[in-house]
Design a protein around this ligand. Structure first.
Ligand code: PMP
Length: 435
């Protein structure tokens, strides 16, 4: 059945079959030891080799400089929403004694670029923890957005904190999995940040849903993190790449100066100092991720190879949407911010699709009068029929995220160019039979 199935889930999502077959073997008898990988001590030499090899291959794939540490931890991307803020505030307090008192106990601003649901959640978490979270951009509120994510305005239009206030970080999400919004290639426009800001404010990226799909300039960042369950491996492991200078001091040293107390397992310094083995790590997820790294590096042309395939795959599907004359409606209006990983779209009611030109002029005329333009003419029953049609053709998990509805086809690394062509054919067939 697997050979006939095309899994386009947004995560957890498809992984290379060869990796899964190997993993299945390794969970029973790892490398002739007579023991399964998850039955070994995490402090054994055998597992040490597993984690070190995974790290070495990841470093090669992403060109991680020596002065950056790589840690494998748990808690998912969501735990990093708090861990990034907590650690950077702890570091801030330890290295700027007096700052918290002078700021009336509020602490430094933490800048968040909100381009979709996940960066929004990260900002909400910092607020919930009582920190001075400062949205530098809320892409739902820019003119024409009508309260929906779907564009990334240029940095010159963001409301960045004054570097004199020593912001603890600038946080962004490189690819918004739910909303299908991604920073345009080649990646976050670091060079657009004012020099005084760029050279002093730590840049933090959530790359959970697009890591290893294009190169990323690690040096421009202080922290890059990603949950594994999209391009990397099984759920359960989260990778954090961070500048070593951030863990020179223990954040507890910031506590007397107003910094936060941080749960032990979230303290980056503990994880780095112990080579990710402060406590028992998610061994199986690390191993499978390691197999994915090795395969990408040795057989698939590394990140450059993945980037080229991602470009072709996204181009094929977005062209189909754009050429569908209003039948398939891409939800992201800014073409260069359309995610190469998560293609999100609605399906128009057949009447509206036929009159696509008319529908558009109604929308732009309506905008002058009301803040929220008339609801787009999509047809939920037709979207449901599309999901069923995909299923009947062996294509699974294409329903949009429950918070936004519509359709989402995720084209992660494990989805090949040929499989994307298969999706395109099914989409063309569905359109032809419906119209
Ligand atoms: N960030 C992004 C970009 C995500 O896509 C997700 C999950 N899909 C998360 C964070 C949260 O990850 P987790 O469920 O592992 O906590």
């Amino acid at each position: 059945r697997r050979a006939q199935t095309l899994n386009l889930g947004a995560g957890p999502s498809s992984l290379p079959t060869s990796v899964l077959v190997q993993s299945a073997q390794d969970i029973v008898d790892y490398s002739g030891t007579g023991m399964g990988l998850i039955e070994l001590s995490h402090r054994s030499g055998t597992f040490k080799t597993v984690i070190e090899t995974a790290e070495a291959n990841l470093r090669k794939l992403l060109d991680v400089p020596e002065d950056y540490a790589v840690i494998f931890t748990q808690g998912g991307g969501t735990e990093q929403f708090s861990a990034t803020a907590l650690n950077l505030l702890g570091y801030h307090a330890a290295t700027n004694p007096g700052y918290f008192q002078e700021s009336g106990g509020r602490g430094p601003p933490i800048d968040y670029a909100i381009t979709g649901s996940w960066s929004n959640k990260a900002c909400q978490e910092a607020t919930r923890l009582g920190f001075n979270a400062h949205p530098v951009l809320d892409a739902r509120k820019v003119p024409g957005a009508n309260g929906k994510f779907g564009s990334i305005p240029p940095v010159s239009e963001w409301n960045l904190s004054d570097p004199a206030q020593k912001p603890a970080m600038l946080y962004y999400c490189d690819n918004e999995t739910v909303d299908g919004v991604e920073f345009p290639s080649p990646g976050f426009p670091v060079e657009s940040l004012p020099e005084a800001y760029r050279s002093t404010v730590p840049l933090v990226a959530d790359c959970s849903s697009n890591i290893l799909s294009r190169p990323i300039d690690i040096r421009a960042h202080s922290i890059v993190f990603f949950g594994a369950q999209k391009n990397v491996g099984p759920p359960g492991v989260t990778v954090v790449i961070l500048r070593r200078s951030l863990v020179e001091v223990h954040p507890d040293q910031g506590v007397p100066h107003g910094g936060p107390r941080i749960p032990t397992t979230l303290v980056y310094k503990n994880l780095v100092d112990n080579g990710s083995l402060y406590n028992t790590p998610p061994m199986f997820s690390i191993h499978v991720s390691g197999l994915v790294f090795a395969k990408l590096l040795q057989e698939q042309g590394g990140v450059q190879g993945a980037a080229e395939r991602s470009r072709l795959k996204a181009q094929r599907i977005y062209k189909l949407l754009d050429d569908s004359r209003g039948f398939y409606l891409p939800t992201v209006k800014q073409p260069n911010a359309r995610s190469r990983m998560n293609v999100t779209f609605r399906i128009a009611s057949t009447g509206a699709a036929a009159a696509a030109g008319t529908a558009q002029s109604t929308t732009s005329a309506g905008e002058a009068k009301v803040e929220s333009a008339p609801a787009p003419a999509f047809d939920e029953a037709l979207e449901e029929a599309f999901v069923k049609f995909c299923k009947a053709n062996g294509i699974e998990q294409v329903k949009g995220h429950r918070s936004v509805g519509g359709i989402r086809t995720s084209l992660y690394n494990a989805v090949s160019v040929e499989e994307t062509e298969r999706l395109a054919r099914v989409m063309e067939e569905f359109m032809a039979k419906t119209l």
